[in-house]
Design a protein around this ligand. Sequence first.
Ligand SMILES: *Cc1c(COP(=O)(O)O)cnc(C)c1O
Length: 494
Amino acid sequence: MNSYESTRNRNITAAPSEALIKGLAADGGLYVMRNLGEKKPDLHKILKKDYYGMAAEILNIFLPDYPSEEIDKAVKAAYSDKFDDKKIVPLKKVGDNFILELFHGPTSAFKDMALQILPHLLTKGKKLNGNKSETVILTATSGDTGKAALEGFKNVEGTKIIVFYPHNGVSKVQKAQMVTQEGSNVFVCGIDGNFDDAQTGVKKIFSDKRVTDILAEHNMEFSSANSINIGRLSPQVVYYFYAYKQLVDNGEITIGDKINFTVPTGNFGDILAGYYAKILGLPINRLICASNCNNVLFDFITSGTYNKNRFFEKTISPSMDILLSSNLERFLYYVSECNNDTVASLMNDVNKKGSYTVTEALQNSIEDILSAGWVSDSETKATIERYFRDYGYLADTHTGVALKVADEYKANTSDDSKSVVLSTASPFKFSASVYESIFEKYEADEFEIMQSLAEKTKCEIPIQLSELKSKQTRHNSVVDKDGMEAFVLKCLGI
Ligand SMILES: *Cc1c(COP(=O)(O)O)cnc(C)c1O
């Protein structure tokens, strides 16, 4: 059942479980299903299901070689008691928008939606392929993804996870989240260097044959769990359906009405999942791509030229500070009607020159689906302040970007479809910027700012963030760049 192929070459195929284990196709392309949308869920039936039932039905479409009882088990293990809201992704009406909160998982950010389930899908996929080796996840993180991966993989049988972070390059809260990590199979290590150094070091270990041979001798193999994996993408399709369900249940729409989603975008994974939901028959009118001043996607969507040769800005919405949005490749594949040659040629251009331009016909197809907007840091802060003042709603910086873009879209068009805005992080994860948006600049310890933000806004800090300060440090290691390999081998006891 080779239902996946590379975006860049139709002849490079894989079974779903194999695509999930490998992550990336051999030619560097991303795995896609050519016939996606051939099998659509029955909208009336799926909208009656709870989150678990909905997730199982959608994952069965993306992972047809998995036995459905295994998918049921994975869904239950991932979402049943790890989220602090029984709706998993509650939808809140705030002014003219409906905010879909994706941050009720263990790390208070939306990466949990995928990383809570990926480890279960990965270990089951390996069993299906007769692969008995132990999976070693090796990750470099600039903060949030590493923590979400640690929480997802902790204590999952048959796996170990090792995370490297820049010792002086993450926030105090992010560092506390990682160094206090519990679990019998987790390892965390700071490096003397920046995020790029950490990432380069990890890539070097991955491709070092001597190291991979040693692992193989001990029946272990590396895996990366990164955001281009179909095991991260497909679970994100579910919450688009669940948002729609909540609008139907609350009488805001009737089944069949088209709605808009505004998505704060970085690597294009989250918004691509929305496009997948549309292909699967969810009535979506527009997908609105929201960026910060790293507005490479805005320029692409409005001009047809993608150009990553530009200055990289550090913003208050750091998870969207990205110049190369990897998952856009999948979108290009589908809008070009599954034309692998077109995708291969565009990706060749971006690898060689850092830019590409699509044909006018292709750009028109893109504009039929996507709208785009971008927001400066000062506009984001003003939006956070306004939403708090007008509605008492406390939004994080990434959500602030999306709210502003959604409101601008509404002001500039006659589109009166219901507007859902995806909220990707708890405001307390970015306390200093949120505090400064609403009150004044506050130079203090991050935990103190968090506390003060809670008191002044009367909003509650998620327990997993408030308890961090008093948690015991479990991971003290710091190594220099050249010590990363030795650290890995030591952790694995080989
Ligand atoms: C990762 C992330 C995003 C961007 O999501 P993509 O799938 O990369 O587009 C937005 N907000 C937060 C808080 C994130 O962690």
